[in-house]
Design a protein around this ligand. Structure first.
Ligand SMILES: Nc1ncnc2c1ncn2[C@@H]1O[C@H](COP(=O)(O)OP(=O)(O)OP(=O)(O)O)[C@@H](O)[C@H]1O
Ligand SMILES: [Mg+2]
Length: 231
């Protein structure tokens, strides 16, 4: 079964001040099967992050369809769905790990991870326990749990991001270079967690600079610069 069907996706930006049009990605089509992991590779600036942002609807696509087979609503075109439906799906079904962490001001690391479960309606104590387990898993030192993440290092932010998204066990997970600033030991933790989620049938699309590292997790590789699957 397909969980996501992307057809003719395109995004362009109009920079009004410079009166310029920037074509970010165009005519992207592929299908993600349920429980599958697709890796996206391609040149810098080719539009890889843009694809994930269009699926997460951080960006509104300029062309094409992104049909997601949701648990709550059945098939939904994410390129055209209303804001409320998108917010619901982000809360309950679609997780996104961006390379850059943005958190609410005056929210501690632990509150940030707990918040992901609380907004899904999880009970406070269970949310606390699950958040602590995730933070420990990603080896975020306990002394940082009650600190505001604005002072965290790049790798600490990324690990917090991973904990925040993965604690939800989303049905569809979008990962934008989730191992970029991590040491090898931590990369292995990320890979193991992805394997664990995959064994629970989570469907994933990930952008990785070092895709060899994802050997054994990644099922197919889509090269955006060449417009198709590799191999
Ligand atoms: N919000 C935006 N406004 C204007 N242009 C944008 C915006 N977001 C992306 N772009 C442009 O779209 C193109 C693709 O960007 P994108 O971030 O998707 O590339 P990428 O393949 O992820 O690159 P990298 O490997 O360097 O992360 C770039 O030329 C970028 O400048
Ligand atoms: Mg990118």
């Amino acid at each position: 079964m397909d969980i996501l069907q992307i057809e003719g996706l395109g995004k362009q930006f109009l920079l009004y001040e410079q009166n310029k049009q920037i074509r970010s990605c165009q005519d992207i089509s592929f299908t993600l099967h349920e429980g599958e992991f697709i890796g996206i590779v391609g040149l810098s600036g080719a539009g890889k992050s843009t694809i994930l942002k269009c699926i997460h609807r951080t960006y509104l696509p300029s062309a094409g369809k992104i049909v997601y087979d949701s648990k709550a609503f059945g098939p939904v075109d994410l390129a055209a769905a209303g804001e409320r439906q998108i917010l619901f799906l982000r809360k309950h079904e679609i997780g996104y790990v961006s390379q850059f962490l943005s958190v609410m001001p005056r929210t501690t690391a632990k509150e940030h991870v707990m918040g992901a479960l609380l907004e899904m309606g999880e009970d406070g104590e269970k949310a606390r326990a699950a958040a602590e387990e995730m933070l420990s898993y990603f080896r975020l030192p306990e002394e940082l749990w009650d600190v505001y993440p604005s002072t965290f290092s790049g790798g600490e932010r990324l690990r917090l991001n991973l904990a925040h998204t993965m604690v939800k066990h989303p049905r569809l997970m979008l990962l934008d270079e989730p191992t970029a600033s991590l040491d090898n030991k931590t990369k292995v933790l990320v890979k193991d967690m992805l394997k664990r989620l995959k064994s629970r049938n989570t469907s994933m699309i990930g952008i990785f600079h070092d895709l060899e590292f994802m050997d054994g997790v990644c099922d197919r590789v889509f090269n955006i610069s060449e417009g198709g699957f590799v191999g």
